[in-house]
Design a binder for this molecule. Structure first.
Ligand code: UDP
Ligand code: MG
Length: 150
């Protein structure tokens, strides 16, 4: 059974717009397993660590301010190829380049207000899960997995 995990986060614009349930629902209905979920108001230092790889980008200060504009909802999902599939479900970074049917393609327009975050590799997922859920997440087996995986 796949144990791959990813960190998905609804950003402040997504939380204020009432899209938390929509994001959760899409991952739930797809068949992924929820291991962790919480609303947080992270510090600037926490966000700078989360987006550490983008420190040198011109948009970095604006990105951190955007992420500080309200609470975020972080979640951990598990399942087969959940990192890559999660990114496909979110859509392209620039929502205007996102296909309809993706979260960003259905609900967003500008890159600086793109509603959601998803880990870009298994390695960064594990780092992000450790950063956002230092207390740990759940680990359980589901009887319905036999209806989802062959
Ligand atoms: N971002 C931005 N302007 C850009 C590129 C990215 O404001 O030109 C923001 C956007 O919110 C994006 C986040 O920075 O989601 C992180 O960028 P990354 O390249 O990691 O995109 P993602 O992994 O979120 O698709
Ligand atoms: Mg990224």
């Amino acid at each position: 059974m796949a144990t791959e995990r990813t960190y998905i986060m609804v950003k402040p614009d997504g939380v204020e717009r009432g899209l938390v349930g929509e994001v959760i629902s899409r991952f739930e209905k797809r068949g992924f397993k929820l291991l962790g979920l919480k609303a947080v108001q992270p510090s600037r230092a926490h966000l700078e660590e989360h987006y550490g790889d983008l420190k040198t980008k011109a948009f970095f200060p604006k990105l951190v301010d955007y992420m500080l504009s309200g609470p975020v909802v972080g979640m951990v999902w598990a399942g087969k190829e959940v990192v890559k599939t999660g990114r496909v479900m979110l859509g392209a970074t620039n929502p205007l380049a996102s296909a309809p049917g993706t979260i960003r393609g259905d609900y967003a327009i500008d890159v600086g207000k793109n509603i959601c975050h998803g880990s870009d590799s298994v390695e960064s997922a594990e780092k992000e899960i450790a950063l956002w859920f230092p207390e740990g997440v759940c680990n359980y087996s589901r009887s319905i997995d036999k209806l989802i995986y062959e």
